[in-house]
Design a protein around this ligand. Sequence first.
Ligand code: 13P
Length: 337
Amino acid sequence: MENITKQLISTAKAMVAGFKGLVAIDESVATLNKRFELAGIPQTEAYRRAYREVLITTPGIGDYINGAILFDETVHQQTLSGVPFLEALKKAGVIPGIKLDEGTEDLAGFPKEKVTKGLDNLQERLTTYAALGLKFAKWRGVILIDGELPSQACIVSNTHALARYAAACQRAGIVPIVEPEVIMDGNHTIERCAQVTEKVLRSLFEELYLLKVELGGLILKPNMILPGKDAPEKADAALVAKLTVNCLRNAVPATVAGIAFLSGGQDPETASQNLNAINAAYKEVLPWPVTYSFSRALHQPALEIWKGKTENVKAAQDSFIKLAKANHEARKGEFKL
Ligand code: 13P
């Protein structure tokens, strides 16, 4: 086996080892500003830097978090005392990664549907980030359920882009996190989410196969199988776990290094309960480590506690580490409310 492949496999394993998971702190400037606005925090570079510092310097972060996905702005920032964030993370035992997609645009000819941007100059950007010491990357495709949607065109456009990105990452020695997110918006049933997600994942692995992507050096970041957020019928954790495990077992090869869910708008408690139900009831039949790569379900409460004020930093960090620990328990199937 080539050295680069060995290195990819070893990094991917490290990202999901020890019953720990990942934290997504890779919100784009626009997304983070939107969250700041809702919480009454000024939308400036200084405040974005300060918020990232709150999370990155949380004492004990490495006990529950193996890797942090960063946004480009954060990669070049440092703590107030002058320690580059990349160094602070490494010191805490957290592997730094980078969001490589550049958001979405309309899929021409398919109203309401999106395709992800960022394939242009990808190889150059990968070389730059690899030289900075980033070990993994993330790319998100967005799939909307609405009546007959998603179209096959939307599924293939997004899974093809994910595979192109993943192949480019591996050539640069960077582990790709592939995130085909079937979003929760809408009133569809949980069964419809299961059907669409399985179709998307099958298309994704077909594209990854075509582009010769090494699955042992890749992390899948899927949605859990959930009803639409406006669906009249809700689902308990036992049903979410059953349909999620069924879907993943049907569509994801056992050689994939790990599965790390997005939270997708679930509140922190629900996300942890669902992850817990998956690991508690199905650990014997899961061929991959199944863990977390949440943004909102790990640190949205911290943002709302912090509010941009120095005197709230400790309480915000306490909230973040508490949720990180809760998800570590859920990863083991030992989470209790
Ligand atoms: P959420 O956990 O808030 O869905 O975010 C995960 C993510 O990385 C979105 O791309």
